[in-house]
Design a binder for this molecule. Structure first.
Ligand code: GTP
Ligand code: MG
Length: 237
C-alpha cells in the first residue's frame, strides 16, 4: 500500500519481485544497485541468504522526484522463490503496489513458473487483491541460456489474460532487460498512484536521474486526463 508522509513530502511505493527459485530476482536488484547513481539508491539489504538462495528477502530503496514537491521512494523487494517459504512470501507481499514476475525462460522450468504464478495469485487473493488490479509486469529472464522457450510460448503460458501485459526478455546477469522492466513497473505504479490520489494540484514532473546509453522503455498510455508521471527517462546512471 502506498504511503504518503505529507510532513516530509514523501511518497513510498512498494514493488515486489516475485517468481520461482533461482529465476534471477536477487540478481535484478544487485544489477540495479550496481548501476544507479549513488544519490538515487539506498543500501541493498539481503536478509538471510545461503549461497545465492534468498531465505527471507532482499530490499533496496530507490529515490526519485517524479511528483512535484514530493520525494518518491520505491522500495524494491524480492521474495524467496523456494516453495517452502510461502509464509515469507505472504509477508513480503503485504502492502504491495506493484509486482514484477521474473520467469526462468528455460523449457524445463516452465512448471516452476506456472506454479509460482499460481502461488502469487493465491497469495494476493488471500489479502483480497488480484494481479489483474495491481500494476504488474513480466520479465522472461535467462535468455542467454541454450534451452529456452520462445517468447511466444512464455506469453502463451504466463501472459494469457484478456489484456496483454508488458513482458521483457532479460539476461539479468548482464543487465539486459533489467532497467526496461524496472522503469515500466515504476511508471505503472506511479500512474496508478496519481490516478488514485489525484487532486487538482497534483502535477507530475520528471527528475529521475538521467541515464546514458540506455534504451528507453515505452511509456504506457496514461489514463485519460492523467499526465504520465515520468518521461521515458530510465532510472540509471
Ligand atoms: N545464465 C544466467 N544466469 C542467471 C541469470 N539471472 C540470474 N542468473 C543466475 O541464477 C542464479 C540464481 O539467481 P538469483 O538472482 O539468486 O535467483 P532468485 O530468483 O533470487 O532465487 P531465490 O532467492 O532462490 O528465489 C544465480 O547464480 C545467478 O547468477 C541470467 O539471466 N542468465
Ligand atoms: Mg533471491
Amino acid at each position: 500500500m502506498s504511503f504518503v508522509n505529507f510532513a516530509k513530502r514523501e511518497i513510498q511505493l512498494k514493488i515486489v519481485y516475485y517468481g520461482p527459485g533461482r529465476g534471477g530476482k536477487t540478481t535484478n536488484l544487485q544489477v540495479i544497485h550496481e548501476m544507479v547513481q549513488d544519490e538515487t539508491k539506498g543500501k541493498l539489504i539481503s536478509l538471510s541468504t545461503v549461497g545465492d538462495r534468498t531465505l527471507f528477502f532482499d530490499c533496496m530503496p530507490l529515490t526519485a522526484n517524479v511528483i512535484e514537491g514530493f520525494t518518491t521512494r520505491f522500495l524494491l523487494y524480492t521474495v524467496p522463490g523456494q516453495v517452502m517459504y510461502n509464509e515469507t512470501r505472504r509477508l513480503v507481499l503485504k502492502g504491495v503496489d506493484g509486482v514484477v514476475f521474473v520467469a526462468d525462460s528455460q523449457w524445463n522450468l516452465m512448471p516452476e513458473n506456472v506454479e509460482s504464478l499460481a502461488n502469487l495469485r493465491e497469495n494476493l487473493r488471500l489479502q483480497n487483491e488480484s494481479i489483474d488490479q495491481i500494476p504488474y509486469v513480466l520479465q522472461y529472464n535467462k535468455r542467454d541460456l541454450p534451452d529456452v522457450a520462445p517468447e511466444q510460448m512464455l506469453n502463451f503460458t504466463l501472459n494469457n489474460g484478456p489484456e496483454k501485459l508488458a513482458a521483457f526478455p532479460a539476461v539479468a546477469t548482464t543487465g539486459e532487460g533489467v532497467f526496461e522492466t524496472l522503469n515500466m513497473i515504476c511508471r505503472l505504479v506511479l500512474n496508478k498512484f496519481i490516478k488514485t490520489h489525484r487532486t487538482p494540484t497534483t502535477a507530475a514532473t520528471t527528475s529521475i536521474p538521467a541515464a546514458t546509453n540506455t534504451p528507453t522503455a515505452s511509456v504506457p498510455p496514461p489514463a485519460s486526463g492523467t499526465p504520465p508521471p515520468t518521461s521515458a527517462t530510465p532510472i540509471r546512471k
